[in-house]
Unconditional design. Sequence first.
Length: 584
Amino acid sequence: MERIVLRHMSGSKANQVEEFPLSHFKELIVGRDPSSTVKYDPERDDLVGRQHAKIVQDPADPTQFSIVDLNSRNGTFLNKQRIVGSARVVPGDLVQFGAGGPEFQFDLEPRPESALRPTRIGDSATMPYGVSAAPPTRIGDSSARSNVPATVPAQDGRVGKATVERMISQTKTESKKTLLMVGAVFAALLLIAGAVFGVLYWRGLKTGEKLESDIGETREAMEAAAKAAPMTPGAIVDRYANAVVLIELSWKLIYTPTGAQVYHEYIPNRWKDKDGNERMIVNDGRRSVATYIVLNDGTYEPSLTLGGGGSPVMGEGSGSGFCVTNDGFILTARHVAAGWKTNYHYPNHAYPGVVWVRGATGWQIETDANTGMPNLYNPPSSWVPANTKQFGRHSLQGGFEGRHDYLNVTFPKNETRIPAKLARVSDRHDVAMLKIDVPEAVSKVEMFDSYDSVKAGDAITVLGYPAVSPIVYGVIKSQDVFNRETKVQSVPDPSVTVGNVGRVLRGAEASGGKKDDIYSEVGDAYQVTTNPGPGNSGGPVFDDRGRVIGIYYAGRSMAGAAAAVSFAVPIRFARELMSTAPKQ
């Protein structure tokens, strides 16, 4: 028993099979919410709740599973019986969400030895042995004589007055009976005609419903077949390019207790050597030099200050992203959306600086014992502003956070910049989520977690806005009488690059029965053969069926070498960021 298998019988996922390895999934959430493990179409599967039910593994007996209804509006059915709360589910059971809603067959592969085959449903038309059907109701003979007495003539051949009056009265009575009988027969014929018409009308409705159902099932089968067929890169661009957005931003680091802006401290580029002669610290014409501070563990970081007199700790640039919901949630790379949570790029980063060290008389610049001139250090390459361990030489306590001066999203072939908000940032992976407020639905991509099944060599397509791509500008002529200024604005148009999955890298994976683990220096990632370059960070990586399986985030090349490799974060970790479910 290695994985849960769901064979979808009806609904938008009809004829699809989903597998969930038990090593990664102890619980499956079923619903229309994007965070659901088993996600149904929010428009077509409207009998399914946002979070309808869940399948959980019994922690005491891993071979046993239960299905739990999450207070759904339409109910959860197990083998056509509605459950209350939870119920045991075994291989072969049919699970349905809402009466007439989509259903799937639950299974385990391989099946446990204790699992029985599902009960076979017998033919309801078969009669038990020894039991005979009741005979049909017998129909009476309509020609039977009525109990009407015959008229007897007088014995002498003459008819008296009383007899005539009696005969006239009897004739009137018989006429009334005849009229009543005719009326009853006519009414019965009307009832029969109405019943026949009703039956024919009902059969017509049922035939129409059956035809409509057959057409719907055929359409679903055709759509499923179309989804299963490989897509060309051009088809992926046609279908999903409108969901890929350009992200432009600027941020600065602030000191959270006061909200003050944080600066990298600089000192004048002048120094007196041991002989008292004033000299330049670095002979490159600079008026000031960056300073760094040595920490207790021997490492060093930029020396920070609140009062200016240096270079502001900030960043600006652009990247790519893609919409994952129709109401404006966007996924991108963390280093694009929250630059203060990644390695800092220094202004004039090629220039070295000096270091503050704590001496007997306090903080002082480290100098060379022979010349008396400051020693020079290169900027630390792995400093993350949000994680700084000091606050210059002031030893102030508190946190540091980034604040956007602007964060804008632009859709393809559109010059309008839409303000965005930073919704969430992953603490583990290079993933972040933005949110824009728009009055209409936006295009979105389809995500697919392929981390357990993806293989080296699988075809991929990447969309984004690489910085090396030529910029297209649009001239915007204002029609506002109070502001006639004409503006020139860039108009984004995503680029497409194609390639393959080169390797699948895992943060820590078992090494074939050995006690040690194998660790990836870049964490969990797909190494890909596309190299679109900077600016494409945060863009979607599609598989050959048009589903997003990763987020492009980095490239690497050796010094002096033209060849490079690139990396993408598996979409599994982006879906974790979108979800509020407890981590396993």
